[in-house]
Design a protein around this ligand. Structure first.
Ligand SMILES: Nc1nc2c(ncn2[C@@H]2O[C@H](COP(=O)(O)OP(=O)(O)OP(=O)(O)O)[C@@H](O)[C@H]2O)c(=O)[nH]1
Ligand SMILES: [Mg+2]
Length: 683
């Protein structure tokens, strides 16, 4: 395959709400271009419409799909991201590979929470943006209201570069060659043309001057550089109209991709940071292949048979098979054994790649998500890409393999799944011996379980993660045990007196001996402590570990023949249980600091619901975007279903994150339930 030159590449991600038509649009473009290159342009639309199998992709995309097609002398790389809210982490994670993002909107739905979130990422990752209003073949689209909604939500810089005709039968260009008598569905061609020109010339003083002096020689050619600057700073966000069903507006969309969207050396590249010196290195967009090699891994996929494939966006320099490169600050190089381009679910071998290219390197386990690859240790080993702020996990699920001896298989598979999906968090809770998956939503976790079952043939049982309750005491008390046992010949004898005291929350456990006069010989004190620690681990009233207790052994008795370690261990255990039973034991539950971000209108429902969850609101703040942040303290046990509850109360717009705060006493009714459940299980 011949390599595209950097100036002829366009790297564009399609983002936006699920069902807006990103995959359909991508498929349409692929078929359209294939036809254009084999037939003449006027035939293309009909041929595509006939051959294009729309039934092939009615399901939401689960992963970002890479597609590539030629257009004129350009090569367009499209990254079709999943729009389902639960998979947002997978969508945003590929943005370091592109200069531009096309936000695809379904005009019947308008701007939804996922569109807002996508735009926030476009801003944070500093990408050029294009808005595609797709599904323009559907009836009763309210264009004026839609444009108003877009400008109110995103900003005045969103301007139609073309517009649906009054009868919705065609899409009319308002920028490239705006000569037409056709009526638009909203305003006029001249109106939008002027608006765009005004917006673009604002970025360049000389152009602005000429514009104010009414020099009207402003064609797309003259404005190219200014337009590009306006795009890069998101001073302008063009809006265009398409139908991936009928092909409406597709030719104009390709014109926009080709003539307006930035080439790799025009876009803004990610910022690299340096921890030690707190320096930022901003890469200059460069198409010079002689520069040192620098690329970033932005997606990893692991096939059970083929192994790991790491997708790279090359920022500068040129790479080829056989070349040795470094990973981050690792001094041991790796060799590029093969180099591929990716097209849907297929890869094709290439021999080299240049600046701006998206390619893939197989079988190098060090090439993990976010790694830099380079050939210059001195410069690049000190830097790493600024880390992305992935949305916090909202849903947790404990998993265990159905077959006991699949434990190590599970751990290998989880390792692979986590490498592929930077928004998946895996936690092993040692004490509960539980493996817990944390994801953005139930669909996110279901895709992980499906992959385990279908790709790796591993079936797991799932359950809501157990709550890490604890036990403690609330008052001082003493405990005693005289352990005496006679088994034929030698016996066991050990007597322990101990005192227990509650400690402040979070202090854990302290053990001390105040035994004097050798009533318990010093060599048996460790056995007493061991017995005490066993009880601390196993719990006394409901099977949960004890915490925040000081235990002081102060007296006892021994026997010169029958006293041995096991006797004092048992006496220590029983003396502690005795003391706890008189120390007013309670069960503690974890409380979480929760931040809930919601639209203003849902505040009443959310705060009312929080009360029913035993949560206490500690603060409420609203930000510039009319998003309300409610800070609350809530018991973890109430939050198991919160993700779905919040979704329902905020029409999917609410998000929340939580972190452990402290332990607090459970209400006595819950304590009773936990104790009786434990007694039933152990009796
Ligand atoms: N009428 C009409 N239907 C469309 C158009 N584009 C897509 N669709 C339909 O909308 C549905 C969803 O389309 P997809 O392309 O899967 O949507 P998506 O944006 O990729 O969705 P996610 O992968 O979940 O993010 C499919 O049934 C398509 O046939 C369009 O322009 N017009
Ligand atoms: Mg899709």
């Amino acid at each position: 395959m011949t390599k595209a030159l950097p100036y002829s590449l366009r790297n564009i991600a399609l983002m936006g709400q699920t069902g807006s038509g990103k995959t359909t649009l991508t498929q349409y473009l692929l078929h359209y271009n294939r036809r254009i290159h084999s037939k003449n342009l006027s035939d293309a639309r009909n041929v595509v419409a006939d051959n294009f199998d729309k039934t092939k992709h009615p399901k939401p995309s689960l992963e970002t799909i890479f597609q590539q097609f030629p257009h004129l002398d350009a090569c367009i790389n499209l990254l079709d991201t999943p729009g389902y809210p639960d998979l947002f982490g997978r969508a945003m994670s590929v943005l370091p590979a592109v200069e531009s993002v096309a936000l695809v909107i379904n005009p019947q739905m308008g701007i939804e929470a996922s569109t807002r979130k996508a735009f926030q990422q476009i801003r944070e990752q500093n990408k050029c943006c294009l808005i595609i209003i797709n599904q323009c073949d559907t009836p009763k689209i309210k264009i004026a209201e839609l444009i108003t909604e877009i400008t109110e939500e995103i900003g005045e810089q969103c301007l139609p570069i073309n517009m649906l005709s009054d009868d919705a039968s065609s899409v009319i260009d308002c920028y490239f060659s705006p000569e037409t008598n056709e009526l638009l569905s909203y305003k006029t061609v001249d109106y939008w043309h002027e608006k765009i020109i005004e917006r673009v010339v604002e970025t360049n003083d000389k152009l602005l001057q000429r514009y104010l002096e009414q020099d009207d020689n402003f064609g797309p050619q003259q404005l190219h550089d200014a337009f590009e600057k306006a795009l890069r700073t998101r001073h302008i966000i063009p809006i265009c109209f398409t139908s991936a069903e009928t092909g409406l507006g597709i030719d104009l969309l390709l014109d926009i991709f080709y003539s307006i969207m930035p080439k790799p050396h025009e876009g803004t590249l990610p910022v690299l940071t340096n921890d030690h010196e707190a320096l930022s290195l901003i890469l200059q967009p460069e198409s010079d292949t002689a520069l040192p090699v620098l690329g970033q891994i932005f997606k990893v996929s692991i096939d059970p048979f083929i192994g790991q494939l790491s997708a790279v966006r090359l920022y500068q320099g040129r790479i080829e098979t056989g070349q040795q490169l470094m990973v981050n600050d690792d001094h041991t190089p790796f060799r590029i054994s093969h180099l591929y381009t990716i097209q849907g679910d297929k890869v094709s071998e290439i021999s080299e790649a240049g600046p701006g290219d998206i390619c893939a390197i197989p079988k190098e386990s060090r090439l993990q998500y976010g790694c830099l690859i380079h050939d210059n240790l001195e410069t690049f080993s000190q830097y790493h890409p600024s880390s992305l702020h992935f949305p916090p996990p909202m849903v947790s699920l404990a998993i265990a393999p159905q077959r006991h001896n699949d434990e190590s298989k599970l751990s290998t598979i989880l390792h692979r799944l986590a490498a592929e999906d930077p928004s998946l968090v895996i936690e092993h809770r040692e004490r509960q011996n539980e493996t817990v998956l944390h994801g953005l939503g139930s669909l996110h976790l279901n895709t992980i379980l499906d992959k385990m079952a279908n790709t790796y043939h591993l079936v797991v049982d799932t359950h809501i993660p157990s709550i890490p309750y604890r036990e403690t005491i609330t008052q001082n008390s003493t405990g005693h045990c005289r352990h005496k046992k006679q088994n034929g010949g030698s016996g066991q004898f050990g007597e322990v007196w101990l005192r227990i005291e509650p400690m402040p929350r979070g202090r854990g456990f302290e053990f001390a001996s105040e035994v004097v006069g050798g009533t318990i010989p010093s060599q048996f004190i460790p056995a007493v402590e061991k017995g005490v620690r066993e009880v601390m681990e196993q719990g006394a009233i409901a099977g949960y570990p004890l915490q925040d207790i000081r235990v002081i052994v102060y007296d006892g008795k021994h026997h010169s023949v029958d006293s041995k370690e096991i006797a004092f261990l048992t006496a220590g255990k029983k003396a502690l249980l005795d003391a706890i039973s008189q120390g007013m034991p309670v069960i503690l539950e974890p409380y979480m600091d929760v931040i809930i971000r919601i639209p203003q209108w849902s505040m009443g429902d959310i705060t009312g619901h929080l009360v029913s969850l035993r949560a206490i609101v500690t603060d409420t703040r609203s930000d510039d975007n009319n998003v309300l942040a409610i800070h609350a303290s809530a018991p973890l046990a109430s939050m198991a279903e919160y993700s779905n509850q919040l979704k329902a109360m905020t029409s999917g717009e609410g998000t929340y994150e939580m972190a452990f705060s402290h332990y607090e006493k459970v209400p006595s009714v819950i304590q009773k339930q936990l104790v009786s459940h434990f007694n039933e299980q152990t009796s």
